[in-house]
Design a protein around this ligand. Structure first.
Ligand code: ZN
Length: 80
């Protein structure tokens, strides 16, 4: 799901407040593309579950090498 303009603003403020490092750990580039919120299903130990819990995350991709990093959408306050 794409982030709304309000969520993008919250995300930028959160990253500044937390002092999130900008250089990519793989290539040193400082350009990131952040567009999507993911809801990753938690894998059951055995079998498949009808009601699989999900972990909401925001992905950010280095615009040079494609390295991806993930942040908790809950910790960022994007779901409140
Ligand atoms: Zn990179």
């Amino acid at each position: 799901m794409p982030l709304t303009p309000d969520q993008m603003e919250k995300l930028q403020r959160w990253m500044e407040d937390k002092g999130v490092a900008q250089p990519c750990p793989a290539c040193g580039n400082v350009g990131w593309v952040t567009e999507e919120m993911l809801a990753v299903p938690v894998r059951a130990l055995t079998g498949l579950s009808e009601s699989t819990p999900q972990i909401p995350m925001v992905e950010s991709t280095c615009d040079n090498c494609g390295f991806m990093r993930l942040f908790s959408a809950v910790a960022m306050g994007l779901l409140s």
